[in-house]
Design a protein around this ligand. Sequence first.
Ligand SMILES: Cc1cc2nc3c(=O)[nH]c(=O)nc-3n(C[C@H](O)[C@H](O)[C@H](O)COP(=O)(O)O)c2cc1C
Length: 198
Amino acid sequence: MEFTPSKLGEKDVYKLLTGSVVPRPIAWVSTVSEEGDLNLAPFSFFTVASRNPPMLCISIGPGVGDREGTEKDTLVNIRATKEFVINVVPAPLGNSMQKSAENLPSDANEFAIAELTPAESHIVVPKRVKEAPIHMECELEQIIQLGSDHLVIGRMVHYHIEDEYYLGNYKVDLEKLQPLGRLAGNYSESRQFFKLPR
Ligand SMILES: Cc1cc2nc3c(=O)[nH]c(=O)nc-3n(C[C@H](O)[C@H](O)[C@H](O)COP(=O)(O)O)c2cc1C
């Protein structure tokens, strides 16, 4: 099959993209609104944007369903407060992560809904997900509007990893971490790790 994206509907192109750029890591992003409401949502359009200084990026689409025509709370909050935390999602927290993705009103507290514990961050105001083993505190670097979406780039100003997930020498214990991946509408667990011969 051959496809020309400009001749396809938006949803079909989305299906091709999310089924082909796989598996994607999931940034579980906590923010706070100007009014102080806590917010938490997952974003799999997520990667490292720069090594030095360390920057991470997520891409946030427009509101959907009941929230069509509006911006997602995460984007509104980051634009307003210029801070966010990226929490890493291990497989056992998958259900809580999924709950935090529900389309809820802006003042809904996804920490409470997903039965998660907000923990103070070290530098930024948004809280960390206590149950998550890795937290990357970010200060907003840039928001770039790209077509329908907004690319949010943040500079990592603090990194935290639970001791039991830390192997030393700045290495993460990936077998213990069990990072969750996103493939189209499915999830994957990373169970096997191997090196390829050089
Ligand atoms: C695993 C997963 C990955 C997601 N990735 C994205 C993404 O990359 N970009 C996006 O705009 N929405 C993504 N979503 C949907 C948002 O999480 C969802 O719209 C959420 O309600 C937004 O919350 P907010 O309004 O509090 O920001 C994803 C949902 C799930 C479950």
